[in-house]
Design a protein around this ligand. Structure first.
Ligand SMILES: *Cc1c(COP(=O)(O)O)cnc(C)c1O
Length: 388
């Protein structure tokens, strides 16, 4: 039976907020104030509060948030920034664009996040910053990371593009690092109708620097104190986001319900490893930006078969960053075996708050049926892919 369940559906969410969103946008259009206005300031306060951070600085997108964080921390040639090879390219671009050197640490295969037990071995006298990424909405072990940072006198920047609203040790992501970077790319848990991002800060001096850098390095217009960029938050996007921000908690809770349902339906599925769900007592909440299974054999067949049935799925990310052509870091295939294995096995299933239980069950049933086929017919191990 052919159904139609895309991997992502932004239209249904739009309908839920449509009237307020459209009114907000109209207000901006009629106000004549299009960049860094009232909605922007309100959004900065709301998002800082969600992250339990002191300051929010709206910027043009999540990648810029990372670049501005690196600039505010004076990352320059020779400085080393420790991060994960299993993330979106932007994490590493931000380091390289400042002349810094990304130093990778392999992942924890259960959480897909940087393995905190391997961080200390990667620290050198040149290390300046730890840059953990809360991948798929699963928070990194921030208490452990902050302890390492303190011991070695390092700064911490959280890549919180996928983790807004998540908590670890009872505290939200974004409340731990010196800075945290958020993306409001339309597909993110809190998504704009275009590009937008934010840096949240717990350090006043750093917050001021980010704010200065986003506006050409000037506090007073036409007086430039340092080299900056143009990366301001668009007021229309802020108005869109303000119509959605109060729904974030509800939407994240719904994502968690869907993840729990998927895990339940797929627990006996052959050849599929379901993602780790933190227990209620652990103080960790996952916000399920993606629901990601591991398929060690027959991943491509599963993707193709789901597609034939009208079900979307996606590999985030098929190529680990240490094997990308774009980044010449001196690493080779084999350097981070757990990230490589994850890249070869991961598959994200449809995940958005508007997905119904019955749709999630349809997806899970389809995965079951296909994987039974794969197990009996042709268990093909997924090859590790590189882009070199
Ligand atoms: C989306 C994302 C970014 C970049 O955000 P943009 O708003 O698309 O520039 C950075 N890091 C991670 C982990 C992301 O998922």
């Amino acid at each position: 039976m052919v159904t139609n369940i895309p991997v992502l559906n932004l239209v249904d969410q739009y309908k839920e907020v449509q009237s307020v969103l459209e009114q907000n946008v109209l207000n901006v259009l009629r106000s004549g104030h299009y960049i860094l206005g009232e909605y922007g300031t309100r959004l900065e306060n709301e998002v800082a509060a969600i992250c339990d951070a002191k300051y929010g600085i709206g910027v043009a997108n999540g990648t810029d948030a990372l670049v501005l964080a690196m600039m505010a921390l004076d990352i320059s040639a020779g400085d080393e920034v420790i991060t994960t090879p299993f993330t979106f390219a932007a994490t590493v671009e931000a380091i390289l664009l400042r002349g810094g050197k990304p130093v990778f640490v392999d992942i924890d295969p259960v959480t897909f996040n940087i393995d905190v037990t391997k961080i200390e071995a990667a620290i050198t006298p040149k290390t300046k910053v730890l840059l953990p990424v809360h991948l798929y909405g699963m928070p990194c072990n921030m208490p452990a990371i902050m302890e390492i940072a303190k011991k070695h006198n390092l700064r911490v920047v959280e890549d919180n593009a996928q983790g807004i609203g998540a908590t670890v040790a009872g505290k939200p992501t974004g409340s731990y690092g010196d800075l945290a970077c958020i993306s409001f790319y339309p597909t993110k848990n809190l998504g704009a109708a275009g590009d937008a991002g934010m840096v949240v800060a717990n350090d006043e001096a750093l917050a001021k620097r980010v704010k200065t850098i986003r506006a050409h390095g000037s506090v007073e217009r036409y007086y430039h104190d340092e080299l900056g960029v143009n990366s301001r938050l668009d007021e229309i996007q802020a108005a869109v986001l303000m119509s959605k921000v109060s729904f974030l908690k509800k939407w994240n809770d719904r994502r968690n319900q869907i993840a729990t349902l998927y895990n339940e339906c797929l627990k006996d599925c052959p050849n599929v490893q379901t993602p780790y769900i933190p227990t209620a007592e652990s103080g960790v909440t996952h916000v399920w930006h993606q629901y990601t299974i591991r398929v060690a054999h027959g991943r491509q067949h599963l993707i193709d078969s789901l597609k034939k049935r009208g079900i979307g799925s996606m590999c985030y990310y098929p190529v680990p960053l240490h094997t990308q052509k774009a980044f010449d870091l001196g690493y080779k295939l084999g350097d981070f075996p757990l990230a490589e294995k994850a890249a070869a096995e991961v598959l994200s299933l449809p995940m958005y708050p508007e997905l119904t239980d019955s749709q999630a069950m349809t997806v899970a049933r389809a995965v079951q049926e296909v994987m039974l086929e794969v197990t009996t017919v042709s268990p093909v191990a997924t090859p590790v892919v590189t882009n070199k």
